[in-house]
Each structure stands twice: as structure tokens, then as C-alpha cells.
Design a protein around this ligand. Sequence first.
Ligand SMILES: O=C(O)CCC(=O)C(=O)O
Ligand SMILES: [Fe+2]
Length: 299
Amino acid sequence: MHTLEKAKANPVETTRLSWALGAEVHGVDLSKALSQDVIEGVRQALNENLVLVFRNQTLTPKQHVEATRQFGQLMISPGLSRWVDPEFPEVFVVTNKRNKDGSLSETRHTARKWHSDQSFMKTPSLGSLLYCVEKPELGGDTMFANMYLAYDELSETMKKMLDGLQATHNYFFYSAFKDGTRAPFTEEELAKVPPVSHPVIRTHPETKKKLIFTNESITECINGLTESESKAILSCLFDQVKNPRYVYRHHWQVGDVVFWDNRATQHMAPADYDIENMDAPENHRLMRRTTIKGTEAPY
Ligand SMILES: O=C(O)CCC(=O)C(=O)O
Ligand SMILES: [Fe+2]
């Protein structure tokens, strides 16, 4: 079964990028204010394709924030003050380049495991816009997976069993805290991100289709099960979401903006570019991300 909807008439022109998900958008300059028709067209294209690629963009952090605001309310993540643009706290900077004082970037290992942005919040993100400022000579791709397909291809027995289950999402389950890449939070920062529960299977608020909403970065356990039951089911779901058939792998060019739906996809970025020498300029990677707040808690 294939879940990408047949494109309805849309003023925004797109070309599909893979079987599972992803489309390139043509003729949209994100540095300019968009007309209501184009904004609606981009929303429709996102619901149909889940990941949208805008090539050859030039965005200051301010323009990036303004472009994003046209699609919803911006999210500033609690506790991320050390990892954002100094002038625009809405812009999260993912990079392996050292900080001005020579210290290591705490975001250099972001996204090594599959996840959906801000799933640790009560109201997680609707979508994110990631802009490529510098890219390594080799590697540094980002992979996206379609969670409708991952759900659809579970057995009917498994779907019935998962129906109604809730899982705990905990930001501090994230590996970069466990391996020390990200320094521990203060008590005050910790208090802002307590563990939250979300349905294991959620319904997309716009398309009304069901999808898998558990991820191996942030989902700690399924509520009400023993530890070994929870581990077994989560490991089955984590395998399911990363089936290469459900994936689009984005090979970045400087100037690309990728806008993805965090409700219906998961993503990850493999560590395949700066293994030998993080400081070599040809291995540098610098990305800026804005995040749109979801409209409601998952159901
Ligand atoms: O660096 C990447 O390609 C992805 C980073 C990421 O997961 C994010 O910005 O949400
Ligand atoms: Fe992410």
C-alpha cells in the first residue's frame, strides 16, 4: 500500500524525490513574504509529501525565522540557550565547528538516532525547517522516514495490541546527554522538561491518518508494561520505522532548506563525515533549524 496522496491541484509545483516521501518545491523564495495561496500550497504539499526540499535559498537567521512564522508559531526549546543563534533564540545551530572560545560544539552529535523533534514536549513540534549553510565534502546527509507507511505495514494483530497504549518520552534519555556530548542541565532547566506521555500510535491532526509516534532517541518505555515487555515492543517498532523502503535520504547542497513534518516522519543524520578530523575545513558542517509548534497534544 502507498500512502502519499495523489496531488490535488496546487499553485505550488513539486517533483517527488522518492517512493516513500519527499518532494522538491519549485519557484518559492523563502526570503520573501509568501502569498496566502503559496502558504496554503506549501501546507498541502507538506501533507502530501511529508518532506519538502527548497533549493538555492539564501536566508539570514532573521529571514529564516520570518519564513517559518508563516507556517505557525515558533518554538524555543527549554534549555537550549547554549545552542542557539545569539541574536535569534528560535534558530538552533547544528554544527561540528568549534565555539568562538575553541571549546567543542555541544550539537556536533545531534540526530545520531531516529527521532521526531521535541517529542519530549507536551505539545511536540508540527515541523522543522533546516537550512544548510556549510556542508562537508563527503557525507553529512539526513534521512527521513514515513511513519504512515511504517504503521500501515504492521500486522493487524500488532495494530490492535498497540491501540490505546501510551509511552513515556524523556529528553534526558537522549544519547548526547548520556555520552557527555551535551553538558548536564541545571535543576531549573531540568524542571522545564519533565517526562511526558504520548500515544504509541497517533492520528495526524490534518490528514487524520494513523502513524507510529515512538522514537529511539526520546521514547523511554511503554507505560503499564514490564521492562522486558516494553523493551521487546519498542525494539520491534524501532526496527520497523527504519526500514529503508520508508526512507528518503537527503544529500545536502549549500542553500537547501528542508521542511519536514515532525508528526508524520522521523529523521536522523549519520556520523559519516568528520570521523578522522573534526577540525578540517572540508569536514565542517553548519546547519540552522527553526521549529514550528504543534497545534495540539498528540492523540
Ligand atoms: O543535522 C541534521 O541533519 C539533522 C539535525 C536534526 O535532527 C535537527 O535539526 O532536528
Ligand atoms: Fe531533529
